[in-house]
Write a protein that binds this ligand. Sequence first.
Ligand code: PXP
Length: 248
Amino acid sequence: MSSTLAPTRLRLGVNIDHVATIRNARGGDHPDPVRAAEIVAAVGGDGITAHLREDRRHIRDADLARIQAATELPLNLEMAATEEMLAIALRHKPHAACIVPEKREERTTEGGLDAAGLHNQIAPIVGKLLDAGIRVSLFIEAKAEQIEAALRLNATIVELHTGEYAHATGEQRAAELKRIADMAALAAKNGIEPHAGHGLTYENVQPIAAIPQLAELNIGHYLVGEAIFTGLGPAVSRMRQLMDEARG
Ligand code: PXP
């Protein structure tokens, strides 16, 4: 049997939080993140990602059921490791729950979850999500100690934080890319499905998309920004095309 595996299709999860950010700026119903989810589904996106933050600054509780009702696409619910969010996740039973660090004052999820340092806080939450049949993802820095912690927590998935890569240039970007590629390989070797996301754009997505072990990218802010100029459907399609090209 040949050891050369055909490149697997890299899934694209679209984070629609910032459609809700714009909606909430005026306090009404427009633009509706549900309509965004329908467009993502129509153009072949593979999943919807939404972060219900503690302060509800973008996605609101009622959006979750509406998104789930509007599309068959798997919902990846980003959530802090709190009892409140656990109860919401258990009620909605998303396809996956991605545990993220959350600070009220941050503009976005600025760093990875310290899965190693917070083991005792995270473990019961991960356990209850897994028991409910929800795939559990941990949004972590691409570091061996964090992958090892994810293994101890029985996480299904690790989403590697690409923020440092996205902000870096030149040699530093190459070093960040290698770190992500090495940790994607380490996760896959240990039976954890590696994903990646944060700060990805048309310009920087391809080297990440070319990492063969990655199964999914989650991309939000840039796509919603591009959607202002080109529409969401064309923006998602363009990202999809760049990812496919990178996979050869
Ligand atoms: N993945 C996770 C876990 C995130 O928290 C975010 C940002 O909310 C993203 C992916 C998407 O990042 P961006 O909006 O920069 O594309």
